[in-house]
Design a protein. Structure first.
Length: 263
C-alpha cells in the first residue's frame, strides 16, 4: 500500500456533486478523512462543493466534465487514480430526468436521460472496476430510485433509466465479486433537492394542478413515514455503503424511501 493510500481513509469519486445529495456525500466523505474527486458539469457548483469539503482538511480534485461524452467517465476515474494512486470508492450520483407524458415523449429527452443515467454510469463502473480489480478492493455505490419499480407514465425515461441502474449494479457486483469489490445501490425517496423541486413543478403542470403546495402536500402524505427525506440522512446511508457496510454485502439495493418502496 502506497503512502498516498495510507494518508486518506479512502480515495473517492462522486459524480453529480455540484449540489444536492452529491454535495452532501462529498462533505460527509471529507469529514470522514477521504480524499474526494468531484465530477460535475456545473463548474460553479463544483467549486463551491470543493470549498466546503476542503474545510475538513482533505485533498479535493475538481473535475468539470460532461459525463455523457464518450470517454469522459473513464477520464474522471483516471484523474483520481493519477492524483492519489488508486480509487477506493465510486459514488455514481449524477442524474437527469424530465417530465414528459409517455405519448408525447421526445427522442432528445430519452437520449439525454439514458446517456447520463445509464451509459455514463456503466462506463464509470467499468473504469473504476478495472482499477479496483487490480487493487483487489473497492466499493461502488449507484444511486437508483423507487421509480425503477413503478409505472410512472409522466416520467418513463427516468424510471426506465433507473431500472437500468439496478441491472448494471447486479451485473457489476457479480463481475467484480471475485476480486473483493462490492457494488450496491441506494434508492432514496423524495428529498428537497433542485432536481426534485423542478420535477414536481413540471409534474403538477402536466397534471393541471395549479396549487403547487397542495400538490406537494398530497405527495408527501403518500409516504408511510409522513415526511420527506433529509438530504443529510440519505447521504449518511450512501457513506455507510461506501465505507462501513459489511464485506459480504454486494449486489444489494438499499431502499430509503420512507416506506414507499417496500420490496
Amino acid at each position: 500500500m502506497s503512502s498516498r493510500t495510507q494518508k486518506w481513509r479512502a480515495r473517492a469519486l462522486v459524480t453529480g456533486a455540484a449540489g444536492g445529495l452529491g454535495r452532501e456525500v462529498v462533505i460527509q466523505l471529507a469529514a470522514r478523512g477521504c480524499a474526494v474527486g468531484i465530477a460535475d458539469i456545473n463548474a460553479a457548483g463544483t467549486a463551491e462543493t470543493a470549498q466546503l469539503a476542503r474545510s475538513h482538511g482533505v485533498e479535493i480534485e475538481e473535475i468539470v466534465s460532461d459525463l455523457t461524452l464518450e470517454g469522459a467517465p473513464e477520464a474522471a476515474i483516471q484523474r483520481v487514480v493519477e492524483r492519489w494512486g488508486g480509487i477506493d470508492v465510486l459514488v455514481n450520483n449524477a442524474g437527469y430526468g424530465v417530465i414528459e407524458p409517455f405519448l408525447e415523449a421526445t427522442h432528445k429527452a430519452w437520449t439525454r436521460t439514458l446517456a447520463l443515467n445509464v451509459t455514463a454510469l456503466a462506463m464509470a463502473c467499468k473504469a473504476a472496476g478495472r482499477v479496483m480489480r487490480d487493487q483487489r478492493s473497492g466499493r461502488i455505490v449507484n444511486i437508483t430510485s423507487p421509480g425503477s419499480r413503478m409505472a410512472l407514465p409522466d416520467y418513463t425515461a427516468y424510471t426506465a433509466s433507473k431500472a437500468g441502474v439496478d441491472s448494471i449494479t447486479r451485473a457489476a457486483a457479480v463481475a467484480l465479486a471475485p476480486y473483493g469489490v462490492l457494488v450496491n445501490s441506494l434508492a432514496p425517496g423524495m428529498m428537497d433537492t433542485e432536481m426534485q423541486r423542478s420535477t414536481e413543478i413540471d409534474l403538477a403542470r402536466v397534471n393541471g394542478r395549479d396549487d403547487l403546495q397542495a400538490f406537494l402536500d398530497e405527495r408527501t402524505r403518500r409516504i408511510p413515514l409522513g415526511r420527506r427525506a433529509e438530504i443529510a440522512e440519505v447521504a449518511d446511508a450512501v457513506v455507510w455503503l461506501a465505507l462501513d457496510a459489511p464485506q459480504y454485502m454486494t449486489a444489494e439495493r438499499l431502499n430509503m424511501s420512507g416506506g414507499l418502496d417496500k420490496d
